[in-house]
Design a protein around this ligand. Structure first.
Ligand code: PLP
Length: 284
């Protein structure tokens, strides 16, 4: 495997960053995960928009132009013969003697890697996945795709230990924010699709954005608003979205079956619509 690190393509095992990189010292950086489907970067422009936004919010200079980033992405994919999986991009404020304040003249660091991955198996899709709910202990700017993911890691580990695949995090008012690496959705008893609006409280998933476009086009009734755990437990359907999961049915929350305990009809229709979107190679 080949990785891109600050201007060089290196064997994965030899690719390293400096111990005083602020990403390592302070989690002072951002990242993107772009799905690759049949050799095409899915919704690449939307991912680059979000990357630029995350950098801007943290006042980290964009290390290079979009066209250069796109060329490097393609080169990393080519060198790794990547057809299906995802591209990981990370940018940090760069290397500087450890001091919380921003360094006067650090050069942002750029790392890119790819990973092969197969889409979810038919069996997994037919079973759906269990999730648990946990308090959301993250900071107040979850809209920034920062590499500071410790609360997410702790929650995902807790989910894993409980036999679940994701944790839905719950804010102080009892409303679900999102999963540790996915957005959370429910379908109410009267067929209204609900997902939390994209404020500072959640990461605005690119899969979420792409799916909302399809939802509008298909005439599905939807509401962008917070929902409680109680509402989720009583929902007809539930699912999660992300670049690596696409649309994944949730069939159990905190040990209780959702709807009839099987993936929902609307959920699977939306998954098909999303898959058709990535098959179409739009947005690149
Ligand atoms: N929410 C969080 C906290 C995430 O980390 C992610 C992705 O990693 C998502 C939502 C889904 O975003 P996307 O659809 O862009 O993968």
């Amino acid at each position: 495997r080949i990785a891109y690190v600050n201007g060089r393509y290196l064997p994965h095992a030899k690719a390293a960053v400096h111990i005083e990189d602020r990403g390592y010292q302070f989690a002072d950086g951002v990242y993107e995960v772009v799905p690759v489907h049949k050799g095409i970067l899915v919704d690449e422009e939307l991912h680059l928009d979000r990357l630029e936004r995350s950098l801007r919010e943290l006042r980290i200079a964009m290390p290079m132009g979009r066209e250069a980033l796109k060329l490097i992405s393609r080169e990393v994919m080519r060198r790794n013969h990547l057809n299906n999986g995802f591209l990981y991009m990370q940018m940090t404020r760069g290397v500087a003697p450890r001091d919380h304040k921003f360094p006067a003249a650090a050069k942002p660091a750029v790392v890119m890697t790819v990973r092969q991955m197969k889409p979810a198996s038919k069996e997994k899709l037919e079973a759906g996945v269990p999730v648990i709910t946990l308090p959301d202990i993250r900071w107040a700017r979850r809209d920034i795709k920062s590499v500071s993911l410790l609360p997410n890691c702790l929650a995902k580990q807790q989910a894993h230990e409980a036999g679940a695949v994701e944790a839905w995090m719950v804010d102080g008012d009892g409303y679900v924010t999102e999963g540790t690496s996915t957005n959370a959705w429910i379908v109410t008893a009267d067929n209204v699709l609900v997902t939390r609006s994209a404020t500072h409280d959640i990461l605005n998933g690119i899969t979420r954005i792409a799916l909302l476009d399809r939802v509008a086009a298909e005439g599905v009734t939807f509401e962008e608003r917070p929902f409680t755990v109680e509402e989720a437990l009583n929902a007809k359907e539930a699912f999660i979205t992300s670049s690596t999961n696409y649309v994944m049915p949730v069939t159990e929350i905190d040990g209780r079956a959702i709807g009839n305990g099987h993936p929902g009809l609307l959920t699977m229709k939306l998954r098909d619509a999303y898959v058709a979107h990535i098959e179409g190679g739009e947005g690149t």
